[in-house]
Write a protein that binds this ligand. Structure first.
Ligand SMILES: NC(=O)c1ccc[n+]([C@@H]2O[C@H](COP(=O)([O-])OP(=O)(O)OC[C@H]3O[C@@H](n4cnc5c(N)ncnc54)[C@H](O)[C@@H]3O)[C@@H](O)[C@H]2O)c1
Length: 345
């Protein structure tokens, strides 16, 4: 044995909240493949337990169990906060539930991260933070004007994050993913994930339900196109203190076109059922990807049709599922969509 010094460089340990969810589980896969140790939690109010990669040190905890969260985030260097009840439409009818699982849960995790001296906190916000603006696409420099409790919750959480990080000296990044789709997304949830709901329905020979006239436009992005830039937000110094939209801005489709594309892939005769629009639904929603392009060379390549095809294969493999009305409606009145009130899915 020589007296050469052996220098071990410790790889950062990463904590992912919402690791049984769609983005959280894909992030965990990528970090694990890159050799990082990943600790994660999920309350399983959404997501699927079998989304969690086996290598993750997993805890089935609600972020609102603050003392437990302080314990499991100990020694974690990077905190990736994906957990949320990301229900924009439902938030208008269940604002108390949404506030607890967007704002309170986020403050619990930020506090634990700071108490444990984590280096960086990456927060998954939402394009709901922008609300209705005078122009589209939404750019990161626009003043947020959220229109519903979910958007207000996401923006308030950003303000808590910035405030506490400025005071206590933790790095932060605000990611704004938008309409990301792909395998592992929950597809038996009647409250969100339009593409997955449509696939689950059509595979069961059932017609999709569309709110309004279906001409509201969205720009969907596929998980494999976004995962690289998301993981870079954990380490890249350029990202610190930034708000960054994650998702493409070049394949704008209406909900009617989305339904037709899925129907074509499934060779399904489409006759959508139209229902009254949901309150506060933003008709034209799209984010600019210019900042992500400039800072990180963001260049999505997967076409919507190909992304949808892989989702269809995934749902076929796992099997179609009955929809579960697992969340309470706190306000039921004439504005509450019938799809939820009368459990139409
Ligand atoms: N996927 C998208 O297109 C998209 C778009 C905009 C914003 N986002 C944001 O990105 C994040 C991840 O989104 P996703 O699509 O993976 O959602 P998801 O619903 O698949 O995953 C979220 C996970 O968080 C868990 N969770 C919820 N409340 C919790 C709590 N209090 N404690 C512990 N776990 C809890 C759920 O059980 C679920 O597994 C969310 O914050 C969401 O608001 C995603």
């Amino acid at each position: 044995m020589t007296n050469e010094k052996c220098i071990m460089i410790k790889k950062p340990k990463i904590f992912i909240s919402g690791v049984a969810g769609f983005l959280g589980s894909h992030l965990a896969d990528t970090f694990i493949a890159d050799g990082y140790k990943v600790v994660g939690c999920d309350s399983l109010i959404g997501g699927y337990l079998d989304n969690v990669p086996s290598e993750v040190e997993f805890y089935q905890y609600d972020l609102n169990f603050h003392n437990s969260i302080v314990k499991i985030t100990k020694d974690c260097d990077i905190i990736f906060h994906c957990a949320a009840t990301a229900y924009e439409g439902l938030s208008v009818f269940s604002p108390f539930f949404i506030t607890k699982n967007i704002i309170q849960s986020t403050v619990s995790l930020i506090t634990a991260a700071i108490a444990n001296k984590a280096k960086r906190f990456v927060f998954c916000s939402s394009m709901a933070r922008y609300g209705t603006q005078d122009t589209v696409p939404f750019t990161e420099d626009m003043t947020p004007k959220p229109q519903d409790p979910y958007g207000i919750g996401k923006h308030s959480s950003e303000m808590f994050l910035k405030n506490l990080c400025d005071i206590h000296g933790m790095e932060y990044v605000i990611a704004v993913p938008h309409n990301i789709i792909g395998p592992r997304q929950k597809y038996d949830d009647p409250y969100r994930n339009v593409a997955s709901i449509m696939i689950n329905l059509m595979l069961q020979g059932r017609q999709p339900i569309i709110y309004g006239d279906g001409e509201q436009k969205r720009c969907f992005s596929f998980i494999q196109d976004d995962i690289d830039i998301l993981t870079r937000l954990a380490f890249d110094d350029k990202a610190v203190g930034e708000v960054i939209n994650i998702g493409p801005d070049d394949e704008f489709v209406t909900i009617n076109q989305l339904a037709q594309t899925i129907a074509d892939l499934l060779d399904f005769k489409l006759e959508p059922i139209y229902k009254r629009s949901r309150p506060q639904e933003v008709l034209l929603a799209n984010c600019s990807a210019n900042k992500a392009r400039k800072m990180f060379g963001y260049a999505p390549s997967i076409k919507l049709q190909d992304g949808l095809k892989s989702m269809i294969d995934h749902i076929k493999n796992r099997g179609t599922k009955k929809f579960k009305y697992h969340l309470d409606l706190e306000i039921i009145n004439e504005k509450t969509p019938e799809t939820w009130k009368d459990r139409l899915f």
